[in-house]
Design a protein around this ligand. Structure first.
Ligand code: ZN
Length: 231
C-alpha cells in the first residue's frame, strides 16, 4: 500500500510518521521539553493521536525516547523497541549496555549523555513490546520492517519501508554531511550494520539528526563507513 514519510523536526531531533491509509506509526518521540510541540506537529500534519497505531523507538537515548511515557499514559499508544536498549529507558541510564571506549568518540558521547541524560527530565517506562530484526509492521497498518543496526547503541534499529525509505535512528546522521554518528558505542558493530544495509536497496535515509540523504551516494563516498567520521 502507498505510504508517506512525514518528518517532525523538534529542534534538531527528527521524529517520523510512516503514514498509510489505515493509520500510522510514530518513529521516536523527541526530548521531553518538546512534548507540546510534538502534539502540535502531529495535529498540523493531520495525524490524530488515535490514528497512531504504535510508537517505535529507534533506540533508547533520551532525546528520542523523551515523550514515550507521556504519550503512552495520555493516549494509550503502545511502545515498541529492541530489548538491547531496554535498560536505558527503564532505568533512565543512557550508558546501559553500551561499551565505554577511551577514544574521542566516547568523550563526545559522554557530552551528549550529560546534555540530554542528566540535565533534562526523563520519564522512565517499560516498553509494551520488544521487536527484533525482521519484525513486520503490516499488523500496525504500514508496509515496513525492522532492521537491527547496533553500533550507536546495542539495541538500535532502523525501519525500512517497502518503498526503500529507511529511518536509521542515530546510526547515521547528516550534520554538515552524511556520516556515522560521532557517538558510537561499538565502531565494529556500526561498520557491520552499514554493511548489512548495503544489499537492502535503500533509496533515502531519514536520520535522527539532519536532513534526508541518498544511501547510494553515502556508500560511494565512504566504502568504509568509519571514514565518514574522520576529521
Ligand atoms: Zn542517540
Amino acid at each position: 500500500m502507498p505510504q508517506d514519510i512525514v518528518t517532525i523536526n523538534l529542534g534538531g531531533i527528527n521524529c517520523y510518521l510512516v503514514k498509510s491509509t489505515v493509520g500510522c506509526i510514530l518513529i521516536d518521540t523527541g526530548i521531553s521539553t518538546k512534548r507540546f510541540k510534538l502534539e502540535k506537529e502531529l495535529e498540523r500534519v493531520g495525524c490524530k493521536t488515535e490514528d497512531v497505531n504504535l510508537i517505535v523507538l529507534t533506540h533508547g537515548d533520551h532525546d528520542h525516547a523523551g515523550n514515550c511515557q507521556y504519550l503512552n499514559k495520555k493516549y494509550g499508544i503502545k511502545i515498541a523497541m529492541h530489548n538491547g536498549d531496554s535498560g536505558m529507558v527503564e532505568r533512565g541510564d543512557m550508558n546501559w549496555n553500551r561499551k565505554a571506549n577511551p577514544d574521542k568518540i566516547s568523550i563526545l558521547f559522554k557530552m551528549i549523555s550529560f546534555l540530554f541524560g542528566r540535565s533534562i527530565k526523563f520519564d522512565t517506562f517499560k516498553p509494551d513490546m520488544y521487536i527484533e530484526d525482521g519484525y513486520d509492521f503490516s499488523v500496525h497498518g504500514v508496509d515496513a520492517k525492522v532492521v537491527h543496526i547496533p553500533g550507536h547503541s546495542m539495541g538500535s534499529i532502523g525501519i525500512l519501508t517497502t518503498d526503500g525509505d529507511f529511518i536509521c535512528g542515530d546510526l547515521l546522521i547528516n550534520i554538515g554531511k552524511p556520516s556515522l554518528h560521532f557517538a558510537i558505542s561499538d565502531i565494529n558493530e556500526a561498520n557491520s550494520s552499514v554493511e548489512k544495509l548495503k544489499p537492502l536497496e535503500i533509496k533515502t535515509v531519514y536520520p535522527g539528526h539532519g536532513k534526508p540523504f541518498q544511501m547510494e551516494l553515502f556508500i560511494k563516498k565512504y566504502p568504509c563507513p568509519c571514514d565518514s567520521i574522520k576529521m
